[in-house]
Write a protein that binds this ligand. Structure first.
Ligand code: GRF
Length: 203
């Protein structure tokens, strides 16, 4: 199963995917890693694993659509079956989302539908929540709003701060993403008009 992984930062989720592939628990290959930032730490992780990298700086494009079309042109050369957003910090246009409908997956550090957008850990703490976590979903045109595939929960404990909480959530992200991608690799996970299907049944 061919993956394209999009990143903007340190790429610890990318690393978890690469480790799962190396270990054999994820039967896939990362065909390409694309970053909108030339200094993203995840690019080095890709190079270490011998994976092709592409950098496209969004600031060099006149519009979101022009940037997104350039990404599509780059990615499609690698024939990805699933496009994996792993800390990719750009909002995608309908053009991009439609091109990869049913193939585009994101991980978000909250228990969606709570806390779409940024600063999710601080927001969960400020709200006095007792639990927090991460969500994996198919991407639709609504930001962090697509149909949910899986979630992992963590308890919020006394004296948690955004960093301590983020660290615990990330551990769960690194477990959950390879698992969901393995469902894709096994052709068990898809999206249709009714929503997410696992083994042909609505989730
Ligand atoms: C993760 O917390 C992910 O949920 C969010 O961005 C972060 C990416 O971290 N969308 P990394 O680059 O994988 O380390």
């Amino acid at each position: 199963h061919r993956l394209a992984v999009l990143i903007s930062g340190s790429g610890t989720n990318l690393q978890a995917i690469l480790d799962a592939i190396a270990e054999g628990s994820l039967q896939a290959q990362v065909a390409v890693v694309l970053s909108n930032k030339a200094d993203a730490g995840g690019l080095e992780r890709a190079r270490q694993a011998g994976i092709p990298t592409e950098v496209l700086d969004h600031r060099q494009f006149d519009s979101r659509e022009a940037f997104d079309q350039a990404m599509i042109d780059k990615l499609d050369v690698y024939k990805p079956e699933t496009v994996v957003l792993a800390g990719f910090m750009r909002i995608l246009s309908p053009l991009f989302v439609r091109h990869y409908t049913g193939q585009l997956i994101n991980i978000h550090p909250s228990l969606l539908p709570k806390y779409r957008g940024l600063h999710t850990h601080a927001r969960a703490l400020e709200a006095g929540d007792r639990e927090h976590g991460c969500s994996i979903h198919f991407v639709t045109e609504e930001l962090d709003g697509g149909p949910l595939i899986a979630q992992a929960r963590v308890e919020i404990v006394a004296n948690d701060n955004p960093e301590s909480l983020s660290n615990r959530v990330q551990i769960r992200e690194h477990q959950l993403y390879p698992l969901v991608l393995q469902w894709r690799a096994e052709q068990r996970l898809s999206l249709d008009e009714q929503g997410v299907l696992l083994d042909g049944k609505p989730l």
